[in-house]
Ligand binder design. Sequence first.
Ligand code: SF4
Ligand code: SF4
Length: 435
Amino acid sequence: MLKTFPKGGIHPADNKLSANMAIEPLPLPVSVSIPISQHIGAPAEVIVEKKQKVKVGEVIATAKGFVSSNIHATVSGTVTKIDTVLDSSGYKRQAVTIRVKDDEWVDGVDLGDELIKDFDLTKEEIVRKIMEAGVVGLGGAAFPSHVKLAPPKGKHADILIVNGVECEPFLTADHRLMVEKPEQILVGIDILKKALDVKRVGIGVEANTPDAVKIFEQLTKDRDDIKVYPLQVKYPQGGEKQLIKAVTGQEVPAGGLPIDVGAIVHNVGTVFSVYEAIQKNKPLVERVVTITGKSLARPANFKVRIGTSVADLIEAAGGMPEDTGKIINGGPMMGKSLSDVTVPITKGTSGILLVPEEETRRGKVKTCIRCSRCVSVCPMGLEPYLLMTLVEKKLDERARDEDLFDCIECGSCNYICPSNRPLLDYIRLGKKVLK
Ligand code: SF4
Ligand code: SF4
């Protein structure tokens, strides 16, 4: 029987419209705006000036502190602006705008397709190179990857779990990467294994991507250290805690981290970027992004230079459909609405979803009928109706006591509620108030 997490979960229609679309490079845009804070932690510090000429891969902002990340020029050309731009958070943040000229890379980056398996770096050298390359978690959280490779004193990872579960409906970027670059991902796994000094690896993949499961099973059939876990299709199977539970059977304690149960989780996209950073000397300047939507002419998976606008991506996919009512950064469950198409693609952008107007209308909010469906689907064992009520009544501290901060914001409660209660909106509000 396929493994999964035991508590809650839902089964939204998967709508993987771009599942069979091979990754293609997006044509270079006229200009890019690269935010200097695309990661969890301190924003990087800009080190270029206006009118300066830059090459692809050149550092334009350096990490400020350990929990921070370098930012690189993702195109070659001239710096035209160092100013604030609207980003996907809805706020204006500092960004470096570069007008594109040619496609000139810094020396030493291997742009060829040849698979390079061997590496002889020490553990410390691997971590340093990953840090220098600006690699962050590409599953959405954008946590600097080198930090995850340096567990706190007294803690040690026993297992590296590779997250190949793309449980958000519509998104297919990770799926395509697994199907098209599995050998590179395996080399990335070996690099991370060495950096973490772990003996065991679990690759978690949902059963609705059987081609990816088959490829990894085939490629790892002679390896005792790597096990592929085909997982039941259930949302949010890709949540870190849900994945750990499904693969190891262990539960990350409330308020705890995966390392508390000896696990470190890296998304497949991140693992591929680790391969490129170490074996190709290539910093994180581009990523695979799904552009999708039911009315879109050509749902696709593009390799996109960071800083390219959402508008450029939509254009390449056939243009904005007339009936578009909402543009979402991410998937329909956890993604956030964008107010403007000038917003740049960042390291954490896995997909852009265009939702037709008629599907954006929220049903009328009705009284809670105490059906407890929100409780039954919550993968964290919370009582969403209660959390919403407490936040609504400004009893935020009580909400904290009811484990408000354990909410992973998966949106399953919202999805299932027959009274259309905006449960997650209130939970997010409560967290903001208490922070
Ligand atoms: S959004 Fe939070 S409260 Fe709602 S189901 Fe997900 S984890 Fe539970
Ligand atoms: S699912 Fe909606 S109506 Fe049912 S208990 Fe939860 S909040 Fe109330």
